[in-house]
Design a protein around this ligand. Structure first.
Ligand code: NDP
Length: 312
């Protein structure tokens, strides 16, 4: 069996551009939706052209033109959507309902990976903090539509993107590591899971032709990357050869700080609350057959220390 042809939607996005690279690197014929709404956004157009020069095909289409989605989907075996889902940037998760319809109508798709790539919404839809819960609720709406349409799927739960979480030593609102003082969430001992976004893309592409991942949720939880905030800070301290001053932020003070934030920031902050104070990402067991680094031991994933070296 040859390698599947892949359509990536949201291919210029933060994760989407990595999915395109991983798809090309793993030898898949790769198609990228080129939305006319991009217009004269020169950075996006340049990125698309560079992908074209690396062998990708650009497919004109738009969520405003349903037939264009159907035609794009008909070109491939696998569809991966990386449409935006971070409120402080853009949040378009429900737009995927149109894509689900298009995939159903096209009828040829062997695997669909919707825009998930975070905490598993099925695990936390009842307990996640408001208003961040909206992200999980919307991802569940999309899942239900996929399953009702009988579309073969894989859901990739990528835990924490390293750029957002490790970059700021797990401090909300920071994406560069402190060199003097760090805010510690509660006792700082709740474990979370951090993944280089390039590795997320590599693992996601690995799943698409793998019968073991059909109609399953796959978790990217590589053992070396399961660390508490204190362990992340210690790793950074070792790299810079300096101990940081630590200020503890209690759960109550953290929650009180949400009051002054706008809605998009509150959504982000509630994800941090679930991860850092509730330890939600490590609150359940997963089997080896659902964990990406166990399924694909040949992938040399980036560990936390290696990732943090980029900031030294
Ligand atoms: P981005 O904000 O980078 O956006 C991705 C793409 O969405 C854009 O490049 C654009 O595609 C497309 N898009 C945006 N608006 C529209 C629209 N109106 N119509 C059609 N397409 C649109 O997304 P991210 O990479 O940050 O997020 C991807 C996924 O990863 C989401 O599900 C998100 O929840 C998840 N995530 C997880 C994190 C974690 O820590 N686990 C952190 C961040 C995100 P185009 O290229 O066509 O312009």
């Amino acid at each position: 069996m040859g390698k599947s042809k892949v359509l990536i939607i949201g291919g210029t996005g933060y994760l989407g551009r990595r999915l395109v690279k991983a798809s090309l690197a793993q030898g898949h014929e790769t198609f990228i939706l080129h939305r006319h709404e991009i217009g004269v956004d020169i950075d996006k157009v340049e990125m698309l052209i560079s992908f074209k020069m690396q062998g990708a095909h650009l497919v004109p289409g738009s969520f405003k033109d349903y037939n264009s989605l159907v035609e794009a989907v008909k070109l491939v075996d696998v569809v991966i959507c990386a449409i935006s889902g971070v409120h402080i940037r853009s949040h378009q998760i429900l737009l995927q309902l149109k894509l689900v319809e298009a995939i159903k109508e096209a009828g040829n798709v062997k695997r669909f990976l919707p825009s998930e790539f975070g905490m598993d919404p099925a695990k936390f839809m009842d307990t996640a903090m408001e208003p961040g819960k909206v992200t999980l609720d919307e991802k569940m709406v999309v899942r239900k539509a996929i399953e009702a349409a009988g579309i073969p799927f894989t859901y990739v739960s990528a835990n924490c993107f390293a750029g957002y979480f490790l970059g700021g030593l797990c401090q909300f609102g920071k994406i560069l590591p402190s060199r003097d003082v760090v805010i510690i969430h509660g006792d700082g001992n709740k474990k979370a899971i951090y993944n280089n976004e390039n590795d997320v893309a590599t693992y996601a592409i690995k799943t698409i032709d793998d019968p073991r991942t059909l109609n399953k949720t796959i978790y990217i939880s590589p053992p070396k990357n399961i660390l508490s905030q204190r362990e992340v800070v210690q790793t950074w301290e070792k790299l810079i050869g300096k101990e940081l001053q630590k200020i503890t932020l209690s759960k109550e003070d953290f929650l009180a700080s949400t009051k002054v934030l706008d809605y998009a920031q509150q959504v982000g902050l509630s994800h941090y609350y679930d991860v850092c104070y509730e330890g939600c990402l490590t609150s359940f067991e997963i089997g080896d057959e659902e964990e990406a680094s166990k399924l694909y031991p040949e992938v040399k994933y980036t560990n936390v220390e290696e990732y943090l070296k980029r900031y030294v």
